[in-house]
Design a protein around this ligand. Structure first.
Ligand SMILES: [Zn+2]
Length: 118
């Protein structure tokens, strides 16, 4: 199956939606969640180098990245910065970190304890 066949027949996209992907390099549906965009981009990478680049562009234009800890696709807005942006984690994984008021970022619980005793 070619990329165009996948888009046209399997996803049943309209011409406008295909233009949105290929020209504007964005996901075909504005209401897709991060995971749906990730699945779509993974599928694109099966269609060769150009489609791989397209997948990279769509992902970055959609403002999504993968959680540092569990790897799940998440919108930047829903991610939390750890160690002042060293890495980013999703809503679920951030629960295993402590928020440091002092550093204004999420850090490991152990590091937080050390701060308190200093
Ligand atoms: Zn996570």
């Amino acid at each position: 199956m070619t990329l165009l066949k996948y888009l046209r027949y399997e996803l049943a996209l309209s011409r406008d939606q295909m233009i949105r992907i290929i020209v504007r390099r964005r996901s075909p549906f504005t209401d897709w969640n991060a995971n749906e965009i990730q699945i779509f981009c993974d599928r694109l990478t099966e269609y060769g180098r150009k489609a791989e680049q397209l997948a990279t562009d769509v992902k970055s234009n959609s403002d999504i990245d993968n959680c540092h800890d569990c790897g799940i696709a998440t919108f930047y807005n829903d991610m939390h910065s750890c160690y002042q942006g060293d890495f980013y984690v999703c809503e679920n994984c951030v629960e295993s970190y402590a928020y440091s008021d002092y550093q204004d970022t999420y850090i490991n619980y152990d590091d937080n304890d050390e701060e308190k005793y200093e």
